[in-house]
Design a protein around this ligand. Structure first.
Ligand SMILES: [Zn+2]
Length: 247
């Protein structure tokens, strides 16, 4: 491993020393010809292991919602993975459902869905947000920073977009692996650790929000913001999470 990732602070907990290089977006999400030059940051072993566990399940589940150009290929890769991994195989086989669906008035098409725990995608996205904030802007996202990533309903997304359109110090927009992972981020001028993110994996759509039956979303919204800053309360309210609940 390159020395550059050793001895700094772990990008995810910002308390332990980093001892390993972590791919911010796991290589397993990408086809083999698209794994070069993915963003990496220094991480401690504990964070690296916890993040890997989330990635392990999600690299198998997310392709089922894939809408990007190489969706079929992503699903075939899952098939190969399931042959080797019995636990995942049982998890998915137990919950596969078939449905018919029409998109924008097109003919009804059969569709397979798998059980999907949106919390695990949101948790992984929180790691990704911290990793990208370190990768692009060398930020240390420690305990005094509120971090949250979530799927938003249209009202929440609209409120978030108003923030996103605000004054920026810097802006990034990337498409990794031809639609595998797309993201946009801004570094705000308003406070030092204020970053906002929109991202999607495979353009995959997820549903299952009991409060919004039939609705599907593909974008995860993320934020890092100093807990003491003015924007923190409002962003926590938009994105949900523990802090918002105690406001
Ligand atoms: Zn750590």
């Amino acid at each position: 491993m390159s020395k550059a990732f050793k001895g700094g602070l772990c990008a995810y907990c910002c308390s332990a020393e980093s001892s390993t290089a972590d791919h911010v977006i796991a290589r397993g999400f990408f086809p083999e010809d698209q794994r070069g030059n993915l963003p990496k940051v220094g991480a401690c072993v504990d964070c690296n292991n916890r993040k890997s566990q989330l990635e392990h399940t999600l690299t198998a589940v997310m392709p089922f919602g894939a809408r990007h150009g190489r969706a079929t290929e992503a699903l075939l890769a899952v098939e190969r993975m399931l042959v080797r991994n019995q636990r995942l195989h049982r998890l998915l086989a137990g919950g596969v459902r078939y449905a018919f669906r029409s998109i924008n008035g097109s003919p009804w098409m059969p569709e397979m869905t798998v059980p999907f725990d949106s919390c695990s995608m949101e948790q992984l996205s929180e790691y990704i947000v911290k990793g990208l904030a370190r990768y692009h802007w060398e930020l240390d996202i420690g305990e005094d920073t509120f971090v949250r990533a979530s799927f938003l309903r249209p009202e929440g997304a609209a409120a978030f977009d108003r923030f996103f359109a605000g004054a920026v110090k810097d802006r990034v927009s990337c498409d990794l692996g031809q639609g595998v992972f797309r993201y946009e981020g801004i570094l705000s001028v308003e406070s030092p650790n204020l970053t906002l993110w929109k991202m999607s994996i495979y353009g995959a759509e997820v549903g299952g929000d009991p409060a919004a039956p039939g609705q599907r979303v593909s974008m995860v919204y993320g934020v890092t913001v100093d807990k003491a800053s003015r924007a923190a309360g409002l962003l926590a309210q938009i994105l949900g999470g523990a802090e918002a609940a105690t406001e």
